[in-house]
Ligand binder design. Structure first.
Ligand SMILES: N[C@@H](CCC(=O)N[C@@H](CS)C(=O)NCC(=O)O)C(=O)O
Length: 225
């Protein structure tokens, strides 16, 4: 059976868990990283020598790097569906997945840490506004792209929507004022209709250290560890 190693609240693990559920795959979640540890073990180094999450094991095959895992799962289990068959459509999917990691993820994750993971008394309004502007600037490009298409690759949902869908959930759910992004908002509404997105991406972040610790502990009921 497929094994996914990681924590279900971790930003790079969420796309992998969403993909597996979108594909209807059976898997076991092996809780690792953060308070679950295990990354320093010799056994884990055989799965991911970077000692980071996520990683998967599919039979004898091990793979790390979240977006490589998303591509692998879609290629192996839904070629021609979530993984577009047409070479140029596939290239466009790859382009936006790379762009998600290089341009959109970075300001949004920093904005997330500057808000959700920083106690209100320690938050820096200038830093938050700067990160919000950077995130908005990046996502404006996606907004223009989505002007005349429902999903990133066109009329249907593909793997290209997955990393960006995770980024956008965080952006839309941190406590900041946001300028409008009408086409991204419409696309996000489509994503919220997908059960796997609702169950595995639209999760409460935990806003205090205690709440966060409780969420981490609750993960144990979702995994085999
Ligand atoms: N580029 C890598 C980044 C992996 C990464 O940064 N993982 C973080 C969690 S999001 C990690 O392993 N941190 C150590 C930990 O959680 O204990 C990927 O996309 O898989």
């Amino acid at each position: 059976m497929l094994e996914i190693w990681g924590r279900p609240y971790s930003s790079n693990v969420i796309p992998v868990i969403w993909t597996a559920n979108e594909l209807g795959l059976e898997y076991t979640l092996q809780l690792a990283g953060g308070s679950f540890g295990k990354l320093d073990t010799d056994d884990y180094a055989l799965i991911n020598p970077n000692r980071m999450i996520p990683a998967i094991r599919d039979g004898d095959f091990a793979l790390w790097e979240s977006l490589a895992i998303v591509r692998y799962l879609c290629d192996r289990y839904d070629a021609g569906g979530l993984s577009p068959k047409d070479t140029q459509t596939r290239a466009i999917a790859d382009q936006w997945m790379e762009w998600s990691a290089s341009k959109a993820f970075v300001p949004v994750i920093h904005l997330f840490f500057a808000t959700v993971r920083t106690q209100p008394t320690d938050r820096d309004p200038y830093k938050i506004a700067t990160l919000r502007d950077e995130a908005h600037g990046a996502l404006s490009l996606l907004d223009r792209h989505l002007t005349d298409r429902d999903y990133v690759c066109g009329a249907t949902f593909t793997m290209a929507d997955i990393p960006l869908g995770c980024v956008v959930y965080r952006y839309f759910n941190v406590d900041v004022d946001r300028p409008p992004l009408p086409h991204v908002e419409a696309w996000y509404q489509h994503l919220t209709e997908r059960p796997a997105y609702r169950d595995h991406v639209m999760r409460h972040f935990g806003t205090t250290p205690d709440e966060w610790a409780a969420l981490e502990k609750a993960c144990a009921s979702e995994g085999v560890n």
